[in-house]
Design a protein around this ligand. Structure first.
Ligand code: DAH
Length: 341
């Protein structure tokens, strides 16, 4: 076969191969096959050596022309194939702007945690520091060190989850008072947010676990007036407006005197409504002056130091704040409920 025939044949093969290609990738392979260092055109070039010197320029030109011709074919095909690929992709990725959007669910904190965080922030701003007590504690920290008598009903198995004869799940965050007194010197100004556990029948109004914040301040000369002022300021800040507070005598073994703190109903401003059960007041926490026995057991001299303490249930507050009818809703993980906050 003459070189002229070979050139003609190569053109034919090339065009044949080219006609079957549909992707840019295949086209690149074809280019490599013909134009590469070890490609067909290079192989033809090598054969030039064997031509006589007067044939060589002619054949050289023919090969170069072939090369240019094939390269031009490649370019055209590449443009065409790329256009086709783009068209196919656009077809495939076609979007319908009239479709309704997909809803994005964003996470948020639980309503109880929201309230807990807000209360803690306010109290930190008022000079308290946070101490997280243990959830599982001994009888001493939960009861004995807080002046609970041996036969106090709260110590009953029916009210408290005992882990063994000594250890239990704390029934209130007041246990942190005893730990703090053991570990710190007055002035002690601590809040203890956290979970508490009680052996109750679960119902719309009570649960086996819930959250409290305990707060206490022990120093020289801490008085009832300090407790009153702290309560007024804290509750006004938490409820977002100046609220009136009211104190009623009550009993807790670890305070003397013990009090129940009420705030003027935020809904009816004291006129009486469903939220406050027509009383005009909402009961928000227990409080009092730390009992001298509690100070003594915490190695703090009650003749030198005095203190106040208060404790509040967070679920109860959230229920009041949002008008939630059932405490169990907090733990049912129903997004229809949770996403409202
Ligand atoms: N520990 C009490 C409870 O769980 C709440 C409480 C009442 C805490 C009076 C106090 C207090 O610090 O002074 O019901």
């Amino acid at each position: 076969m003459t070189l002229t025939d070979r050139i003609g044949q190569m053109r034919e093969y090339f065009l044949h191969e080219l006609s079957g290609l549909t992707t840019a990738k295949d086209l690149e392979s074809l280019k490599l096959k013909y134009f590469g260092k070890k490609g067909s055109i290079q192989a033809l070039m090598m054969e030039l050596k064997e031509c006589s010197s007067n044939e060589r320029p002619l054949f050289g030109k023919m090969i170069n022309d072939l090369k240019e011709e094939l390269a031009a074919h490649c370019e055209n095909s590449l443009t065409r194939v790329k256009a086709e690929e783009l068209k196919a992709r656009l077809q495939e990725e076609k979007i319908d702007p009239t479709l309704p959007g997909r809803r994005q669910f964003s996470g948020r904190s639980h309503p109880v945690v929201q309230l807990l965080d807000r209360a803690v922030d306010i109290l930190i701003g008022m000079g308290f520091s946070v101490r997280l007590g243990p959830n599982a504690d001994t009888d001493f920290y939960n009861f004995g060190g807080l002046n609970f008598p041996e036969d106090h009903p709260a110590r009953d198995m029916q009210d408290t989850f005992y882990l063994n004869h000594e250890w239990l799940l704390r029934t209130h965050t007041s246990n942190v008072q005893v730990h703090a007194m053991e570990e710190m010197e007055p002035p002690i100004r601590v809040i203890a947010p956290g979970r508490c556990f009680r052996n109750e029948t679960i119902s719309a109004r009570s649960h086996v676990f819930f959250h409290q914040i305990e707060g206490f301040y022990i120093d020289r000369g801490v008085s009832f007036a300090d407790l009153f002022a702290t309560m007024e300021e804290f509750w006004s800040k938490l409820l977002g407006e100046k609220v009136e507070t009211r104190f009623r005598p009550s009993y807790f073994p670890f305070v003397e005197p013990g009090l129940e703190v009420d705030v003027k109903c935020t809904s009816c401003k004291g006129k009486g409504c469903k939220l406050c059960k027509q009383t005009g007041w909402l009961e928000v926490c227990g409080a009092g002056m730390v009992h001298p026995n509690v100070l003594k057991m915490g190695n703090i001299d009650p003749d030198v130091y005095s203190g106040y303490a208060w404790g509040m249930g967070i679920e109860r507050l959230a229920i009041l704040q949002h008008g939630i009818p059932d405490i169990r809703m907090f733990t049912q993980n129903d997004l229809r409920f949770l996403s409202q906050f």
